[in-house]
Design a protein around this ligand. Structure first.
Ligand code: MN
Length: 752
């Protein structure tokens, strides 16, 4: 099981009060409910198999309980229920879900499962066991482990579907965990599992995973948006009814068999909009979408969807930029629909999604529903292609874990665009792909020789970003070869891997010279060139490979002057005391200088609370009162980040073991530098008003102030010294209350 599940579990001692008999009844009740859901899929003989699996799992987990106190078996049953109800999986997957934690945590072996249920089920359970073992092996290796997960995924997609159900249930029951664990698990979920659910086409599960993660990572914002959503519900319902009424009439008149309703967007997606567009909740126009679901035979789907589109746009004017046709070009995760945004009553933009019942089921349940309908569609093909691509990328094992994860996310989990070759063949690429990505997608040789491209007959550079519908012709030259800069203009794993391969080849050739130089210098101090000595030199310069060392010597980045300080003992050399050699840069080296080390404003739990060296992260400039966590960085001590820091998710997900829970102590003596950006209507004297509030009324020190005016609007940035979040909030409220001020936002990063 996951390391998290170990925490969710206690053995035997518990405060759970139900007696055994009642408890067993409860277990059987849950199991019966599972059978009822599965009924339409149960064939002859299945019932006995299910019963065996249920009994096997119940017996095996008999003495185990979850953190909440309930018997452990509730978890596998709940996971199976999600597989059936929410993913649409069948009998075999249900059996696997029931057994998913047995091999890992109980005496049951894979052979037991094989002899009872056969090879297919044993293989899936094995996959599930491997996933949890790799996940718990060492949390610093999450990214590397993720790679292994994907290797399993390519064997049988059901492994990943059941794993997602497992994660979903664990997220649903995350409340009983400790806070540090909650943060780590929620981050991991948002970083890996929800994109994966999206890619598998499981929209509902993806949305729920996102919302649940946000609930733990951003509790205040989450609650605030939820509250505002419920407060505005009545108003919204009224508007939706008004919007839908004329459409309903038209659809009925035209004789369509349909359903039409308004659907609220998820809290997480609303929050994303607020962040991305820098607007307030009130300004997010698409808090909901209208969905039209049509019941039509397969062969008439496209025609009917477009008819309905035309009928809707007769009533409301569509925005030409916001038409998405996923009927003709379904997404690779199988999603099909027609989306448009129209101008509704009161001049509000409203998104309308048109799909058929079949498309809707695929959108909700993803892959499994798609298997059900696979005859007659091309989506099967797209999945296969996707898996083939993953396999190709995975077969290149040289990537570092984290790099790999990032590449993987951009290559395979992102949305894709469709572009065309000069002959009209369609190629699918991740969003933000460039002409160079396209070249490598055709063939690595074409990529390596690429000097430019013609996009829609116009000449463009290698880094030109492609858009759906572009037709691309690649221009090559035999004199061309890949260089380091290319890595920053491609996004696909395939292109990156090819470029790295050729750079490595090139490096090998150049480093031959470095080898010669090193040999000479070693002989100069009376030592010999042997693997041991080369390793010593490599370690001395803090490099990770001999190739790097030889390459740096060849390119004169290392002059070997320090070699004179080495001691020679026989055929071995000994390293002197280390001198300062530049080491590689980590994320956390952007840390700010600690304002004053002697004052400990932080209580650090689980460690002695006084005199801990820490620094405030430059990337998010935390101030007292912010929700923060500590990150143990190599050589830099503890770095304090805000939980909303743009780097937080990545740090929490990948280095959970280095995260320390931290909290501010009250301290009024020290002030912290923070920044605000202000947008408002240009008004004479606005600067005076703002400064008089800050330094006059609130007695806050200003470090810097810039105001820029343009076309009746002004934009200002102020840097101020505040003591804590409360003081900052008072300041923000006061400025907001001024006439003409539209927005006051805190900077998140030093780059603003
Ligand atoms: Mn589990």
């Amino acid at each position: 099981m996951d390391p998290m599940e170990q925490d969710m579990m206690q053995v035997e001692n518990s405060k759970y009060t139900l007696n055994e008999e009642q408890e067993n009844k409860e277990i059987v009740r849950h199991y019966r409910a599972l059978l009822r859901s599965l009924r339409p899929k149960i064939k002859k003989g299945d019932k006995e198999l299910l019963r065996t699996a249920f009994e096997m799992a119940t017996n095996a987990h008999k003495t185990m309980r979850r953190k909440s106190g309930e018997p452990y078996i509730f978890h596998p049953i709940a996971v199976a229920m999600i597989c059936v109800d929410e993913i649409g999986l069948g009998v075999r997957s249900t059996i696997c879900a029931l057994l998913h934690d047995t091999v890992e945590d109980t005496d049951i072996t894979l052979d037991d499962i094989k002899s009872e249920f056969g090879n297919e089920i044993a293989k899936i359970v094995d996959g599930l066991t491997k996933i949890s073992t790799v996940m718990s092996a060492n949390s610093s290796q999450q990214a590397e482990n993720f790679k292994k997960i994907l290797l399993t995924l390519t064997d049988d997609p059901r492994v990943i579907l059941i794993k997602l159900a497992d994660r979903l249930h664990n997220m649903r029951t995350l409340d009983s965990m400790k806070q540090e664990k909650q943060l780590k698990i929620a981050s991991e979920t948002i970083w890996v599992y929800s994109p994966l659910a999206h890619r598998m086409g499981l929209y509902s599960i993806k949305t729920e995973l996102e919302d649940l993660s946000m609930k733990f990572l951003e509790p205040d914002t989450y609650r605030e948006i939820a509250k505002k959503l419920s407060e505005t519900k009545r108003e919204r319902t009224k508007y939706i009814n008004e919007f839908v009424r004329p459409l309903k009439d038209k659809l009925i008149q035209s004789g369509f068999d349909f359903e039409i309703y308004g659907r609220p967007k998820s809290i997480h997606s609303i929050w994303n909009k607020i962040k991305k567009k820098g607007v307030s909740f009130e300004e997010v126009y698409d808090l909901f979408a209208i969905r039209v679901i049509l019941d039509v035979p397969l062969e008439m789907e496209k025609e009917v969807c477009w008819k309905v589109y035309s009928l809707i746009t007769d009533e409301y004017l569509p925005s030409p930029e916001r038409l998405r046709d996923w009927l003709s070009n379904p997404k690779s995760n199988g999603y099909e629909a027609l989306h448009t945004t129209v101008m509704g009553p009161q001049g509000k933009w409203v998104e309308v999604q048109i799909r058929t019942k079949r498309m809707n089921e695929i959108a909700e349940k993803g892959l499994a529903a798609h298997f059900k309908y696979k005859e007659g569609t091309q989506t099967e093909d797209r999945f296969d292609k996707w898996f083939v691509q993953i396999r190709e990328a995975l077969s290149n094992q040289q990537e570092e874990g984290i790099d790999f994860l990032q590449d993987f996310k951009t290559s395979f989990l992102a949305e894709e665009i469709y572009v065309y070759t000069p002959k009209g063949d369609v190629k699918m690429l991740p969003i933000n792909s460039t002409a160079l990505d396209f070249a490598f997608n055709i063939h690595s040789v074409i990529g390596s020789k690429c000097i430019g491209a013609k996009v829609n007959h116009k000449l463009v550079p290698l880094g030109h970003k492609l858009r759906s519908g572009d037709q691309i012709e690649i221009i090559t030259s035999n004199k061309q070869k890949p260089n380091e800069d290319w890595l920053s203009i491609v996004v696909t794993a395939k292109a990156k891997n090819s470029i790295k391969d050729s750079l490595r080849e090139e490096k090998k050739i150049i480093s031959e010279e470095g080898k010669y130089t090193l040999q000479r210098k070693l002989e100069g101090i009376g030592a010999v060139y042997n693997p041991y000595n080369v390793d010593q030199v490599m370690n001395f310069y803090k490099l990770h490979s001999q190739l790097d060392l030889l390459y740096k010597i060849a390119t004169k980045n290392i002059d070997l002057k320090e070699l004179k300080t080495f001691q020679v003992l026989g055929d071995k050399i000994e390293v002197p005391k280390p001198v300062n050699v530049p080491t590689e840069i980590n994320h956390e080296t952007h840390a700010a200088k600690s304002p004053s080390k002697k004052d400990a404003e932080l209580i650090i739990f689980g460690e002695s609370s006084d005199q801990i060296k820490y620094a405030l992260a430059k990337c998010c400039n935390p101030i007292p009162g912010d929700d923060v966590f500590g990150f143990v960085s190599t050589g830099k001590g503890l770095i304090i980040h805000r939980t909303t820091c743009p780097n937080a998710t990545q740090l929490l997900a990948n280095y959970g073991h280095r995260v320390v829970k931290t909290k501010w102590a009250k301290n009024k003596e020290i002030s912290f530098l923070t920044g605000l950006s202000i947008i408002g209507l240009d008004d004479v004297g606005v600067v005076n008003k703002i400064t008089s509030i800050i330094s006059g009324e609130l007695k806050i020190n200003i470090a810097a102030l810039t105001i820029e005016s343009k076309e009746g609007l002004f934009q200002g940035t102020i840097k101020v010294y505040v003591h804590d979040k409360e003081e900052l909030e008072t300041l923000v409220d006061r400025i907001k209350s001024l006439n003409g001020i539209q927005q006051v936002n805190r900077f998140d990063t030093e780059t603003v």
